[in-house]
Design a protein around this ligand. Structure first.
Ligand code: SF4
Length: 361
């Protein structure tokens, strides 16, 4: 199978659904960790096709959704300083911080630029020697190598006006936190193929063994998702727990060694707050001391420090699988993509946005 259409093939989808129906005998909670997978499940109507015994739980795999409001406040604070050009990805623009969003900061005159790559931000720093260029680096392991590379480029070029505000988070510590939470009852996981393309599979093996839980690495198309679900259900029904790789056409066991080295050279693991969820030990990537000149948290004095506000959004309950987005009292009323109360309604990987866009039709 080489082309995208083949992974949306109706005949294959039917066959996989029939295999799942024949295999499942009792109820199972399966969490897809990644927001891209949530969108795939909702957009293609897969949730409605699955047998009722299978409950898909939408995990915390939307990096924009879990970025703390306090970090967004810091980015906004920086962007409003006259000497700063703040760069970030487009998804971040409308996410509310504790007070305003970056879009509202822009209306107040902040120089905020939307980029596809942090390497563009390095070039902006080269072109604007009189300005401080800060890249608000949001994302999971998938975007970390490019952000690490931007720091290395700036370091090697001796650039003194480039830094990153790192909001990076890692998937395996999040799975550990979910399994440690006595209120969640997850029987199996679909792990995100693109994260494993970068990092490989080794970090998932200890989770499978410690929690005796099946983890299957999958892609994002209907055939990938359904095959992944069938692989998880097959293990559960046999009482097995293994790490399996459904996404073999892309994911290799050892991942991308060059990218892993890059990330390890520039970042170190420390505990990080996840919006709506709380602190997860060793789940964040922070700039190493060697590159402290490129760490906005160190470079800039008096960064605003707001405590996380107790706002009305129930994103934490959505991301822990305690409620589905439409069960939030604000879904589609006080909270819409146009006027979002929380990040999951505005991010392209947010579960609330997925249900609003596709499940209401
Ligand atoms: S519908 Fe809005 S308020 Fe409710 S959980 Fe989703 S983003 Fe938060």
């Amino acid at each position: 199978m080489k082309y995208l259409d083949e992974f949306r093939n109706a005949e294959l989808v039917d066959k996989l659904l029939s295999k799942i129906r024949k295999t499942v005998t009792r109820g199972w909670n399966i969490m897809e960790v990644c927001g891209g997978q949530t969108h795939g499940l909702v957009r293609h109507g897969i949730l409605d096709m699955l047998p009722p015994q299978i409950r898909m739980i939408h995990g915390p795999g939307c990096p924009v959704c879990v970025t703390p409001a306090a970090l967004i406040d810091m980015a906004i604070d920086l962007s409003l300083r006259p000497e700063v050009i703040l760069c970030t990805y487009g998804d971040m623009l409308r996410v509310p911080g504790n007070t305003i969003s970056m879009q509202q900061a822009r209306a107040k005159g902040a120089d905020i630029r939307i980029l596809y790559s942090p390497l563009e931000a390095v070039q902006i720093a080269v072109n604007n020697p009189g300005k401080e260029v800060v890249f608000f680096a949001v994302g999971f392991e998938t975007t970390a190598p490019a952000n690490a590379l931007s720091v290395l480029h700036a370091y090697k070029a001796g650039l003194s006006n480039y830094s990153i505000l790192s909001a990076h988070v890692m998937v395996p510590p999040a799975i550990e936190a979910i399994m440690s939470d006595p209120e969640t009852a997850i029987n199996g996981f679909l792990a995100a193929g693109h994260v494993c393309t970068v990092m490989g599979l080794s970090e998932y093996e200890p989770l499978v063994k410690r929690w005796k839980v099946p983890i299957v690495v999958t892609g994002f198309e209907p055939v990938d998702l359904l095959e992944g679900i069938w692989m998880v259900v097959s293990q559960l029904e046999k009482g097995e727990y293994k790490l399996e790789n459904q996404y073999r056409r892309v994911v290799e066991k050892d991942g991308n060694r060059k990218a892993i080295e890059l990330v390890r050279d520039v970042f170190e693991h420390r505990s990080r707050e996840w919006r709506g969820i709380g602190e997860i030990p060793l789940s964040g990537l922070f700039v190493r001391d060697k590159f402290r000149d490129y760490d906005a948290l160190i470079k800039f004095d008096n960064l605003v420090k707001h405590a996380e506000s107790q706002y009305d959004c129930r994103s934490g309950d959505v991301m822990k699988g305690k409620i589905k987005p439409p069960e939030c009292p604000h879904f589609g009323t006080k909270c819409t993509p146009e006027f979002p109360l929380g990040a999951p309604m505005v991010s392209s990987e947010g579960a609330c946005a997925a249900y609003f866009q596709y499940a209401q039709k």
